[in-house]
Structures are given as C-alpha cells and as structure tokens.
Write a protein of this length. Structure first.
Length: 146
C-alpha cells in the first residue's frame, strides 16, 4: 500500500514526480534518487528543513547543547536572518562558552569565497575559537587540577 502524500508537504511534489518516473519504467533511477534523499536523514531531507525554517519552526532545542559554541553568520547571507544569531545565543543556556561573530559583507558561501571576501576571517574565527576552547578544557581537566 502506498502512502498518500499531502500536497501541503514541502517535498510532496518531488516524491510524486519520483513515483511517476518509477511507474513509467524509470524505477532504477527513481530508486537511487530516493536513496539519496533518505541519506539526508529524512525522506524529505534538507527541503523539509528549509521549509520549516523559512516558516519560523524551530527544528531542535538549543538549550540541550552543553558544549562551547561559536555562531558565525555572514552579513549578506541570503538564508539566515539578521536576528537568528541572537535568538540562538539566547537559547544556549547550558553552553559553557558562546561567541557570536557576524562577518561583514560575507555571503552564505563564505567558506568557499575568496580570502578577501570573508573566508580568511571565517577560518581565523573558527580556529581561534577552537584553540581557546581546547586550552580552556585542558586547564580544567581533572589531571591539571581546578
């Protein structure tokens, strides 16, 4: 029995297209596309996540994070909203350390961009945070005393 798709589901059209392709003799290719979608952790994968994020639904509870957390946002990111880093920071109530960095003029793909377009700052911030977090953990480890 085939699951009935609700046309309001964000990935319903794509899944319907795959079903039609399979029914029309393209079952092998349709199967591989479904496997690729399933590998994302959910049948709808990133498409569904994007839909929910765009409509303001929270996908996970940041208060459960108990690790040092660096929030990096590109100023010209087309996906995240300017208020997102502060909202996330406010929910990180159990993170022992947290830093928010907004990289000026950088885009959503800052990690792939040219060094002068923000990639250098992105890498510097990440490496700095990781090295500081590592040294804090070493200083607090039971072998080194309080």
């Amino acid at each position: 029995m085939q699951h009935q798709l609700d046309s309001r589901e964000p990935c319903a059209k794509g899944l319907q297209d795959l079903r039609q392709q399979a029914a029309g003799g393209g079952a092998h290719e349709a199967h591989h596309q479904l496997v690729d979608l399933a590998a994302l952790g959910a049948l709808c994968g990133a498409m569904e996540d994007r839909f929910y994020l765009a409509t303001g639904r929270q996908l996970w509870d940041a208060s459960l994070i108990q690790a040092a957390t660096l929030i990096l946002r590109s100023e010209r990111d087309f996906w995240s909203r300017p208020e997102d880093p502060q909202q996330l920071a406010a929910q990180l109530v159990h993170a022992p350390e947290m830093r928010v960095v907004v990289i000026p003029e950088a885009t959503h793909h800052v990690h792939l961009d040219r060094p002068e377009r923000g990639r250098t700052r992105f890498l510097d911030e990440a490496l700095s945070f990781l090295s500081q977090s590592r040294s804090c953990r070493s200083a607090r480890s039971p072998m080194n005393g309080p």
